[in-house]
Ligand binder design. Structure first.
Ligand SMILES: *Cc1c(COP(=O)(O)O)cnc(C)c1O
Length: 428
């Protein structure tokens, strides 16, 4: 397949946009080559500016769980746009999506909408600090919570790929309030809590990690975090920006039956428009302005187009809970197929997967945290990535990313993908 026009468009973009992209993960820095420019997308497929059709395993990094240009979302946005695109005043639509989210997600009474997952996590931490009157937070190496200052301390996703875990521009003063722990290591967390008695406001965690590849929590890890938080007056923040409305209608809280104190959302909740949200029980949410002292705001928060898209998406998921089962079956089918062909071709690998999330690591050891995720062979990944691209399959251009399975993918698409992986892995 040729990607000629994409290369030309990228050259134009580089002149006026830093690195030619508006988010670093879109660049091909980790794999070489130039990004593909999308013209349109429908269902499981992307159509690029060169006229190629690609099977999409990124799906806008998560939101398009029902496939691209999902008709009810598109219709909702078109209808709303005709009525005006932003008011900066309340609309009934905001209450409708809030009520549905509160009904679908366990342990939350109230939710506030923002414009991105970054904003959701940033606001959740401010709220936790205000509520507990403490300053420090614990985050896990390799977990990504958006690009706000407090989180750019060994963050996952693009922050790993680009080798700048501690970004310049984050002050030492900010960094000192973020304590780093190892994912899946409860003793490490307990030691940090003991060394910072009565100083920790919150532990923020991806309850299923997805930004260092896909890393499910070990048995007992989330239960242990819950207990440590309860025992020490710390709020447990589940960053479900990736997992919310994906691994179950109620996210990981529902999947593993573990209550968080604050939950962050993004991606799926906006149906592909810029939306984030954070939610908690009333006692905590009432700490927010205008009711409480913790300030948080947004000119475009609760934007009618974004809320219409999000509501259509949540309604579709709420009305057909079998979706989550279907997604899990497709993922398991793909994982088994990849496992078979990679073994047959003597490739060293580990596959992690849960629900509709899957990642392939080119290392034999179990991938359970940031350190083990970093052990994968990047040269093999590069060949894998570019080989698949030639076969018309688009996975994330970094070994640290999760692939997302959508309801639009057919078993024929999955078989095609497995055959392509067989072909490509023969060239390693
Ligand atoms: C994507 C992501 C974010 C950031 O969301 P943005 O909308 O990109 O700001 C935060 N947390 C997790 C777990 C994510 O996957």
């Amino acid at each position: 397949m040729l990607y000629k026009r994409s290369s030309q468009l990228f050259a134009e973009a580089e002149k006026v946009i830093p690195g030619g992209v508006n988010s670093p993960v879109r660049a091909f820095k980790a794999v070489g080559g130039t990004p593909i420019f999308v013209k349109s997308a429908k269902g499981a497929y992307l159509y690029d500016e060169d006229g190629n059709r690609l099977i999409d395993y990124i799906n806008s990094w998560g939101p398009m769980i029902l496939g691209h240009a999902f008709e009810p979302v598109v219709q909702a946005v078109i209808e709303k746009a005709k009525l005006g695109t932003s008011f900066g005043m309340p609309t009934e639509l905001e209450t409708q999506i809030a009520a549905l989210a509160v009904a679908m997600v366990p342990n939350i009474d109230k939710i506030r909408f923002v414009n991105s997952g970054t904003e959701a996590c940033m606001s959740a931490v401010r709220l936790a600090r205000g509520f507990t009157k403490r300053d420090k937070i614990i985050k896990f190496a390799g977990c990504y919570h958006g690009h706000s200052d407090s989180f750019l301390i060994q963050a996952g996703s693009g922050a790993i790929t680009f080798g700048s875990p501690n970004s310049p521009g984050v002050t030492a003063g900010t960094a000192k309030d973020t304590l780093l722990a190892r994912y899946n290591d409860l003793e490490n967390v307990a030691a940090l809590i003991e060394a910072n008695e009565n100083e920790i406001a919150a532990i923020i965690v991806e309850p299923v990690a997805g930004n260092m590849g896909c890393i499910p929590p070990n048995k007992g890890f989330l239960e242990g975090l819950r207990q440590l938080c309860t025992d020490n007056g710390i709020l447990l923040i589940f960053d479900e920006v990736m997992t919310g409305f994906r691994l179950a209608a109620g996210g990981v809280q529902e999947l593993f039956n573990i209550p968080a104190d604050i939950v962050c959302f993004g991606k799926v909740i906006g149906g592909g428009l810029p939306v984030g949200a954070f939610a908690a029980r009333a006692e905590i949410m009432n700490y927010l302005a205008p009711l409480g002292p913790v300030y948080q705001a947004g000119t475009l928060s609760g934007n009618p187009l974004a809320m219409a898209a999000g509501l259509a998406m949540l309604q579709a998921l709420d009305n057909d809970r079998a979706i989550f089962q279907r997604l899990e079956e497709k993922t398991a089918y793909l994982a088994a197929g990849i496992d078979k062909v990679l073994k047959a071709n003597n490739v060293t690998f580990t596959i992690n997967s849960i629900g509709s999330m899957i990642s392939v690591h080119f290392d034999a050891a179990p991938v359970v945290d940031f350190k083990t995720a970093a052990n994968g062979d990047n040269e093999t990944f590069k060949k894998f990535f570019h080989g698949l691209l030639q076969e018309g399959i688009y996975i994330a251009p970094s070994a640290y990313e999760t692939w997302f399975i959508t309801d639009a993918l057919t078993y024929e698409d999955l078989d095609f993908t497995i055959r392509a992986i067989d072909k490509v892995s023969k060239t390693f």
